[in-house]
Write a protein that binds this ligand. Structure first.
Ligand SMILES: Nc1nc2c(c(=O)[nH]1)N[C@H]1C(S)=C(S)[C@@H](COP(=O)(O)O)O[C@H]1N2
Ligand SMILES: [Mo]
Length: 230
């Protein structure tokens, strides 16, 4: 026989349990939940302009390992090698003869500052990659700075069209303190993924952590997932 009181008690118990966990469940999205987190109008990639936990700065802070290498243009070289068919060692003239791209993008530092609308000129990593022909088994790059810094990226991130090796910022040579003569920028990842004073890009067939990645920074570095540390 059906017992309406019993059913009501069961439903009530379930509703109570649901209420008890509802707020907590909203704070723990599944790992597969990739909803972008942030505030402000949407940027060109459909992401909120200010990623979660970031504050806009007008100044441009300087972050390095305590040493800013001084690389004269006559001695500057960029090596692109590893799992590629056609490794190259470019001089400044070689580099400047490559297709040049202008782009305006945002810069998000893991230490919680973001600087918006930075106008750059440089060479797309994608264009450099097509010059060296990565092998089919290449999956990542490891970028090296003249200061011994390293950082790794998956190819799907490194080959995004806004990943540039920049030599010019707002029509002036990139200042040495910000990585001049040439640095990489990664507008859709935290900025530590862009090596300043870049000297070598090594294509890899397996991932290999860089300087900060070895010290507990996230391997993937997605600003809109608050993906700072591992
Ligand atoms: N060669 C090199 N590149 C580097 C770093 C570094 O110490 N050395 N620091 C990284 C970090 S943590 C950030 S946030 C940005 C800072 O760039 P900026 O000093 O121009 O603001 O550069 C990244 N690239
Ligand atoms: Mo950083």
């Amino acid at each position: 026989m059906e017992d309406p009181d019993k059913l009501a008690r069961i439903v009530e118990a379930r509703m109570k349990l649901k209420a008890r966990f509802e707020a907590k469940m909203q704070d723990t999205p599944s790992v597969a939940d990739t909803r972008p987190q942030g505030t402000g109008k949407l940027n060109r990639h459909g992401m909120p302009e200010v990623p979660v936990g970031q504050t806009i700065t007008q100044k441009w802070p300087v972050l390095d390992l305590g040493y800013q290498p001084d690389v004269d243009l006559t001695r500057w070289r960029l090596i692109v090698d590893g799992a590629v068919e056609n490794p190259v060692r470019l001089t400044w003239q070689d580099f400047m003869a490559l297709p040049q791209t202008d782009d305006t993008s945002d810069f998000h530092c893991v230490t919680t500052w973001s600087k918006l609308d930075m106008r750059w000129t440089g060479v797309r990593l994608m264009d450099l990659a097509s010059l060296v022909h990565p092998r089919d088994k290449a999956t990542h790059v490891l970028c090296y700075g003249y200061d011994t810094y390293t950082t790794n990226l998956s190819l799907e991130e490194a080959l995004k069209p806004d990943v540039l090796l920049v030599h010019t910022f707002e029509d002036k040579p990139l200042p040495q303190e910000h990585g001049g003569p040439v640095r990489m920028i990664t507008p859709q990842l935290y900025a530590w993924k862009g090596a300043k004073w870049i000297k070598r890009i090594q294509f890899l067939t397996a991932d290999q952590p860089g300087f900060w990645e070895e010290r507990g920074y996230s391997n993937t570095a997605y600003p809109w997932r608050n993906d700072r540390y591992s």
